[in-house]
Design a protein around this ligand. Structure first.
Ligand code: SF4
Length: 432
């Protein structure tokens, strides 16, 4: 059976034109996805059963037993952390936030270690942006800054930006220009009309120089800024001034270099300075397919997008204090639930050392380094393949993931509902 309009559940591009062939309830062929998207849709090794660690060894158990044990751990915890949520659907996040309120947890998603600085900058100065559809149909200048889509967002250029053919740009890349700003010549930079190599940690300076040039203050810009000759900056500014519709896509090369959220504030101000000449936009290259969705749901529910502390009965948001790695490095948490994420591979060593001392629950379709120290492991259906749900693309457009094969595994949403129900029974009986 051929299934069309499948939505890829991997990166923030959320490509929704993938075609898969299904035979005997298995995906056998994938068309239209990039290599990493194809690999996910084709499937690979799974956690086969829920399990609880006893005497250092994970022992298989039923879903009921794993959910009950999770509820016991969370209900007994004084400072629980609930982290992940970027590779699951909004419906699961919604139940997760309800559970976090119930137990007074800190709830956080992977934005706190990736585009968190972008979110902070957007809260400061807003975001002059657009949809990826507008980029495809209108953008004749695309700038990737600190981002390498050729490696990390395989279809981004082809579907939405430089290589795509749009309504107003039917000739595709013949009518477009591509500029890449980065600290090294990436695969994406090799395709660019203009590549600007900057010195590491000098994004803020280069952005400031571009702002000055766009606003007409060429006299204050020195002959070299951040390792970039002024003539190269003038060339980029000329391209920006002459475009009809420009877009800056920025990645973690900017959010996590020196200056962090201030870099993004400056990049947004560069976009505003370009408005003196033409239509210009800016957009973060969000990584996981629903990292944005959690930020949306968390904002509806608590007023804040991530790193929300609910321990006092109201929402307290202070990234740097209430973000997961900071809490763990201070040794504050006494239990942690991780869903659709792998802190074992990505958190700093000191955070992991603290995690090895407290009960850890993992909910995920796949085994990963976190499984090695998790005390309860709950396998989940793969959203977008075995379960449907809503996700938000990097341009804030909500899309519906499709279920394309049947499964015996519980969905993230059903698991979270089970944990919420069991935890409520325990917390209620304690109050009585
Ligand atoms: S670009 Fe991203 S969403 Fe699109 S197919 Fe590749 S991994 Fe999937």
């Amino acid at each position: 059976m051929e299934v069309t309009d499948v939505v890829c559940p991997l990166c923030g591009c959320v490509c929704d034109d993938v075609v898969v062939e299904v035979e005997d309830n298995k995906v056998t062929k994938v068309k239209g996805a990039c290599a990493v998207g194809k690999s996910k849709l084709m499937g690979h090794g799974r956690i086969t059963s829920p399990a609880i660690r006893e005497n250092g060894i994970l022992k298989d158990c039923s879903y009921d037993a794993a959910i009950k044990r999770t509820a016991e751990i969370l209900a007994a915890a004084r400072r629980p952390l609930m982290y992940g949520w970027s590779s699951t659907v909004c419906e699961a996040s919604k139940v997760g936030i309800e559970l976090a309120e119930e137990i007074g947890a800190v709830i956080d998603n992977t934005a706190s270690v990736c585009h968190g600085p972008s979110v902070l900058a957007i809260q400061d100065v807003g975001l002059p942006s657009c949809t990826l559809g507008e980029v495809k149909n209108r953008a004749d200048l695309v700038i990737y800054w600190g981002a390498n889509p050729a490696a990390a967002h395989g279809n981004h250029m082809k579907r939405y930006s430089y290589i795509s053919k749009g309504y107003f740009l039917p000739e595709g890349k013949k009518e477009k220009k591509l500029a890449v700003v980065d600290v090294r010549e990436t695969k994406s930079a090799k395709l660019a009309d203009v590549f600007i190599r900057i010195e590491p940690g000098k994004d803020y300076l280069v952005l400031s120089a571009l702002r000055a040039l766009l606003l007409g203050y060429e006299d204050v810009v020195p002959e070299e800024v951040g390792g970039v000759p002024k003539k190269d900056l003038l060339e980029l500014v000329k391209m920006m001034e002459e475009t009809k519709f420009g877009i800056i896509f920025f990645g973690m090369g900017v959010t996590h270099s020196r200056g962090r959220h201030n870099n993004i504030v400056n990049a947004i101000q560069v976009t505003r300075a370009a408005h003196k000449h033409t239509k210009f936009n800016i957009m973060p290259m969000r990584g996981h397919y629903n990292v944005n969705g959690f930020n949306q749901v968390c904002t509806w529910e608590t007023g804040f997008p991530y790193s929300v502390d609910l321990s006092e009965g109201y929402a307290w948001y202070n990234p740097g204090e209430t973000s997961s790695t900071d809490l763990l490095m201070r040794g504050e948490c006494d239990a942690a639930l991780f869903i659709a994420t792998d802190p074992g591979a990505h958190f700093p060593g000191e955070s992991i050392r603290h995690l090895s001392k407290i009960p850890v629950i993992q909910i995920d379709p796949y085994a990963n380094p976190t499984t090695e120290f998790a005390d309860v492991v709950i396998p989940a259906a793969i959203s977008g393949i075995e379960a449907e749900g809503t996700v938000y693309r990097m341009d804030n457009i909500p899309l519906r993931l499709r279920k394309i094969v049947d499964t015996e595994y519980m969905t993230d949403e059903a698991i979270m509902k089970g944990i919420l129900k069991e935890t409520r029974l325990l917390t209620l009986s304690r109050r009585l």
